[in-house]
Write a protein that binds this ligand. Sequence first.
Ligand code: UTP
Length: 470
Amino acid sequence: MTSRARLAAAGQEHLADRLERLDGEARARLQAEIDALDLDLIGRLVGELVGDGAPPHEGAIEPPDPDGLVALPRDDGDVVRDARAREAGEELLRSGAMAAVLLAGGQGTRLGFEGPKGLFPFAPITGRVLFEHHAAKIAAVRKRYGAALPWYILTSPQNDAVTREAFREAGWYGLPPESVRFVVQGTLPAVDRATGRILLEAPDRLALSPNGHGGLLSALRDAGALDEMAREGVRTMFTFQVDNPLVRVCRPELLGHHFLGAADMSSVVVRKVGPEEKMGVIARVDGRTGVVEYSDLSPEMAAERDDRGELVLWAGSIAVHCVDVAFARRLTDGGLQLPYHRAVKKVPYVAEDGAPVEPDAPNAVKFETFLFDALPAAERTVTVEAAREDEFSPIKNAEGADSPATARRDLNRLYARWLADAGVMVPRDAAGEPVDLEIDPRRALDPHELAASLPPGFTVDGPTVIGPPG
Ligand code: UTP
């Protein structure tokens, strides 16, 4: 049991005072949460990241290494290069060497949706939720390649039970239940921004939140999932985020470039739309591949342009990666220590007198690790450029940029392009935007599959759902 002296030494004596004011179950509950804390780690993080925060990065930040960069195809040679990668990626899928890993442990605070973001009804006509959409992609990839493709889903203690229950209620969205595997990540307490004292969300509960998507690797190890993958012959994980409905799950070209490049970890990038876009960039940091968060780039550095007028740090990460299982095992066996970042957030808490407080300005610091911080530990990395309009439109905010409205717009545009390729014209609204469209991934994962699956004379006269086959 953590003693008062131990708490005092860690600058957290207020927790001992709080315990003394509780009894029975409430006291036992708070005591258990306190006992589970890593006070040494928290002390270190408060020292480094509370107050002024970490000093800005001072080393060299350069564009991604041209060796290991796969740009969008520009000539016939590039088309042959991608065809070769596609074949290799398809073989990886067919041979059972891939697993899909969905990051869904976040709290989605910016979206402000009650419940896991995966249950957000993003689809414009059917109101289908993100989990169902991703599940349909997994099913489609499995069917197309006869792939086992086990699907791991990272949850957090904050949303694990609701997520599992939703999958159970939905019949695992048509997937065999044993092929959908949940892994729970760890948590860390939020601390007061001014004092570094751990906040409580209730008199008998700490304000705990998920420890960032970098928590994936240790969560996989602790749950025995990395061993399970190795046993089942999985060599590479395709990792993606819950909030990007355009994500191309296990796109064979990406898998192939990762494999042929003998990479430990690979990333997908798109060109940033401008210096202000809030997107981390893949770059060479002190000579190694890494991601620099937009908040860590000075405005001058973010805006720097080359002779052709292109942004020097152009390679925006869309948080899609391939991670080799052997690399993840090496990292986690070696006592993985990803760097912690600070996130300054509004965190409701109870004051000394037990009264609940809803702050109207950011009052707290949360500590998080990021999956992309494993990149610098990789011997080799591959960075694959993708067309934004084909692969990326995340749902982060309730309104404005990166919101449900922009994701629906981008999906409508994508599907309208696919239909146009198949010779089907789509009506537009007054602003020139296509009508609402939904295409089930099991019907088509790309325009070729769509063209092949449409009956002769197929037309679109208004909002249209093109459902699964059969
Ligand atoms: P974000 O960093 O965008 O966070 O997560 P979020 O939780 O979705 O939203 P905000 O910042 O609270 O508004 C990107 C992806 O990483 C996952 C999320 O579920 C999302 O798919 N994630 C994030 C985790 O799995 N665990 C975490 O601790 C944080």
